[in-house]
Design a protein around this ligand. Structure first.
Ligand code: ADP
Length: 478
């Protein structure tokens, strides 16, 4: 280590040596003169020794004075060499009294320049790295998939916002250190939790789809667990990703429902038409009454087929945004008569009380009559369909200064609170066995809602299971 108290500088050493050899020379010279003159002239000897001695002292002093910059340089270099934390930027230039000092200063300037560049480069690269890190962090946080990075024991080390949101744990800090399997398991039913556990026990990378409860709408997750390996090829952390695929699954279920409904709705009337027409063609001895019944059945089934095809066309037009309405002035009583006359036979068939109440003075409205008739007929036919025999169906029409209200009320099977928000979704039909027993496509209400919307109106629903329902179609007057 550099020890200042024991350190003798270059100048001290040089002037010391200068002094020592000078003194030895003078003493030797003095002794020689003394020996040769045999002690005869002591005063001239004193002069002969004194003058060079003074010169020697002066020379030594001059060396010390002029080479101080060399001491400075030596000290700096020593300090630099002995202290690992010392930076080149701490080296100082020297006063220019010698070409060597000028060279040193020049060298130092170059080194400083270089270091400064290195510093700038370092800071630049740090800035770039921190920018990149920020970008990754932003991307990580804003991914729609939930991601959690866990240690080898499955404890969460890091996770993004979507992960917390999907687990309904908005307090983001609370998840660190928690067991990922516990967290996922507490959000799903027992059977699904078991599947997650067996996935975690498997050493391979896994993807799993779990339905949180028996009800699809409560959520379906696509979970994946990735086991990245470290530089030694050993598995270290685990990465869990979580995606909400509920909408995808609902769309798949709707598609399956559609295939089922379409097959049923096309096959059944076709089979009936085929059977009855074959009977008419092959069986010779049929009474006129029997024949009439057969023709009626064929006609009804053909109508059912046509209705379903119409509904499908309506929906596909709706999807394409191609349904347009042509508004004309419409006389409401005529429109209502048309609906009631077409629907009454169905109510009569079911021995239902079919009431009709219209406010005495109804305004004329601007509407697409055929489409409005179709939308309202659908509400009335549903009321009749989903009301048991001898039940009651009431159609009321009222208006005020700004709107007309068509209310279709029934004393039927009603709608459960869980089904209520799903009504109007394409192909949605209640799972209630009483609904499943009745023929339907699940498209009518969606179409009626679209027609109401195109008229600037809405359909609102009030219903209580087993008590009945009230569908209100509201259309603004202007
Ligand atoms: P569909 O009647 O052909 O099934 P809709 O789109 O007209 O199709 O109706 C969708 C669903 O809404 C029905 O399947 C039924 O579950 C429910 N629904 C509609 N109207 C009523 C009603 N008046 N009473 C009870 N449920 C109804």
């Amino acid at each position: 280590m550099f020890a200042a108290q024991r350190y003798r500088s270059f100048t001290q050493r040089l002037s010391g040596q200068h002094l020592f050899f000078g003194l030895v020379g003078i003493v030797y010279f003095g002794a020689s003169v003394l020996f040769l003159s045999r002690w005869e002239s002591i005063p001239s000897l004193a002069t002969a020794l004194g003058v060079p001695l003074c010169m020697l002292l002066l020379g030594s002093f001059a060396i010390k004075k002029t080479s101080r910059w060399l001491d400075n340089l030596e000290r700096q270099l020593l300090r630099f060499a002995e202290n690992p934390n010392h930076s080149v930027l701490d080296l100082r230039p020297l006063p220019v009294r010698h070409p060597l000092a000028a060279g040193w200063n020049h060298l130092l300037a170059r080194v400083h320049e270089h270091s400064a560049w290195n510093g700038v480069e370092r800071r630049l690269s740090e800035a770039v790295h921190s920018q990149q890190a920020k970008r990754w962090e932003t991307a990580f946080q804003n991914l729609t998939d939930g991601i959690a990075i866990c240690d080898a024991e499955g404890k969460i080390l890091q996770f993004n916002r979507s992960f917390a949101t999907l687990l309904q744990r908005p307090d983001t800090t609370s998840l660190i250190g928690m067991d990922v399997i516990d967290l996922l398991s507490e959000q799903v039913e027992e059977a699904a939790a078991q599947r997650i556990l067996s996935m975690a026990n498997n050493q391979a990378t896994q993807v799993l789809e779990v339905q949180r409860t028996a009800d699809l709408t409560q959520g379906v997750w696509r979970l994946s667990r990735i086991l990245p390996t470290n530089e030694n090829g050993d598995p270290s952390d685990s990465i869990w990703t979580l995606r909400d695929v509920t909408q995808l699954k609902l769309a798949e279920a709707a598609r399956e429902q559609f295939v089922f409904t379409a097959t049923h709705e096309l096959r059944t009337p076709l089979a009936n038409i085929q059977a009855y027409s074959e009977t008419l063609a092959t069986v010779g001895e049929l009474s006129v009454e029997q024949q009439q019944n057969f023709y009626n059945t064929i006609n009804n089934e053909a109508n059912r087929l046509a209705r379903f095809v119409d509904e499908l066309l309506n929906i596909s037009q709706m999807e394409a945004g191609a349904i347009t309405i042509e508004k004309h002035e419409v006389q409401l009583d005529r429109l209502l008569n048309e609906i009631l006359e077409s629907q009454r036979p169905l109510a009569v068939e079911k021995k239902q009380v079919f009431n009709f109440s219209v406010a005495p003075k109804l305004p004329k409205i601007l509407a697409d009559k055929d489409k409005l008739v179709a939308a309202l007929s659908n509400l009335v036919s549903n009321a009749i369909k989903y009301t048991p025999e001898e039940g009651k169906v009431t159609v009321r029409v009222d208006s005020d200064a700004s709107r007309v209200l068509f209310m279709v009320e029934d004393s039927g099977i009603g709608i459960s609170p869980e089904d209520l928000p799903k009504l109007g979704g394409k192909f949605f039909r209640s799972k209630d066995a009483r609904v499943q027993d009745i023929v339907g496509s699940g498209l009518g209400l969606a179409f009626s809602q679209e027609i109401a919307r195109l008229h600037g109106g809405t359909i609102s629903i009030r219903s209580e299971l087993n008590q009945g329902s009230c569908f209100t179609l509201e259309i603004p007057l202007r």
